[in-house]
Design a binder for this molecule. Structure first.
Ligand code: NCD
Ligand code: ZN
Length: 332
């Protein structure tokens, strides 16, 4: 029977939510991953030390019994040095959302240039800046328009580690090579789908997310970077669960729930492209090197065996619901 082993898969961009949703979805990630970067866009956002500690405790409870390291983040605001020093031992970075660009980002930043003092602090304290890089322009151009901001950030704060989260364009891949302090995460769904899958035929709300899936040439550039194990690119699922009634609705919420299928689908994708030898770089090693983290020792066994993705996990419809995947995570 054909099997492969994966050491310490890491999901460098994950939404776990809170309350009952957290308790339901967290074990699905903790089963397949050795660690994940936990996004802070709760309501209210995780932007105080007290909320951070409360969320850390809730995530620890929800993932108890798993070898799983939650790497927490703070929601960007104008922190002072004392606040950042107090939080630093407990976070992997600070996540910046432009105001209103995506789910639960109402408390985001309206004027990025005006936040320069905080960027300087993060740079001096060695705290990475994770960024949702979209402007408020035409939806297909939002990431492209934001690249000038990344360029400004990378040049103005040369010692600040900047992660372009969930990049979706060939132009963002190109920008990686122009600044040593710029890195990126790429989701699973942006390696597979284009705007056509979302809206080219009958509308599929379960593929609606921010940033929106783009053109085939963009998807191909992302795929090439991942399959080549581009040293500045890390896997980040951006798995973002919303209950089915919030997705199959007028005013559909943005977010694709991919946590339970991410590892087997990545294996499938890399196997199809004869690139399984590059998967460890994309799925673990690059992130360990870039962030300087040592996740728990965890080896995942994946078998060439078909299974059908459930139509729902609880209230949430997963990415590729009902489809057959040819690789399965063998639970120990
Ligand atoms: C995310 C969410 O639902 O929290 N949604 C999304 O479409 N990706 C937020 C985000 O990462 O933009
Ligand atoms: Zn996200």
């Amino acid at each position: 029977m054909h099997e492969i082993l994966l050491d310490a898969p890491l999901d460098m961009h994950l939404h776990l939510r809170d309350g009952a949703m957290l308790e339901f979805v967290a074990p699905l990630s903790a089963r397949d991953f050795a660690g994940a970067v936990i996004m802070p866009n709760l309501v209210p956002p995780v932007d105080t030390l007290e909320r951070l500690h409360r969320y850390r405790a809730a995530v620890a409870t929800a993932t108890a019994g798993h070898r799983f390291a939650p790497y927490h983040t703070l929601f960007f605001r104008a922190y002072n040095e004392a606040e950042l020093l107090a939080a630093r031992p407990f976070i992997i970075g600070v996540k910046l959302y432009p105001e209103g660009v995506t789910t639960n980002s109402a408390a985001g930043v309206s004027d990025i240039a005006a936040a320069a003092e905080t960027f300087g602090l993060l740079e001096r304290l060695g705290i990475p800046l994770l960024v949702h890089g979209e402007s408020h322009g035409f939806v297909l151009d939002r990431e492209a328009e934001f690249l000038a901001v990344y360029d400004w950030l990378a040049r103005s704060f040369p010692h600040l580690m900047i992660v372009m989260e969930h990049i979706t364009t060939a132009a963002a891949v190109d920008l990686l090579d122009r600044h040593t302090n710029l890195f990126a995460t790429i989701t699973l769904h942006h390696l597979i789908i284009t705007l056509d899958d979302l809206a080219g035929g009958l509308l599929n709300p379960h593929l609606f997310c921010k940033p929106i899936a783009k053109r085939p040439a963009d998807r191909d550039a992302l795929l090439a970077a991942a399959l080549n194990g581009h040293p500045k690119v890390m896997f980040g699922s951006d798995s973002a669960p919303h209950p089915r009634d919030k997705k199959e609705a007028a005013g559909c919420a943005a977010g694709v729930f991919s946590a339970p299928v991410a590892v087997p689908l990545l294996v499938d994708l890399f196997a199809q492209h004869n690139a399984l030898d590059r998967l460890p770089a994309f799925l673990s090693q690059n992130a360990q090197r870039i962030y300087g983290i040592q996740p728990p020792i965890k080896q995942l066994r994946i078998r060439a065996e078909s299974w059908q993705v459930p139509l729902q996990y609880g209230e949430v419809v997963p990415f590729m619901a009902g489809r057959t995947i040819d690789w399965r995570v063998v639970t120990p």
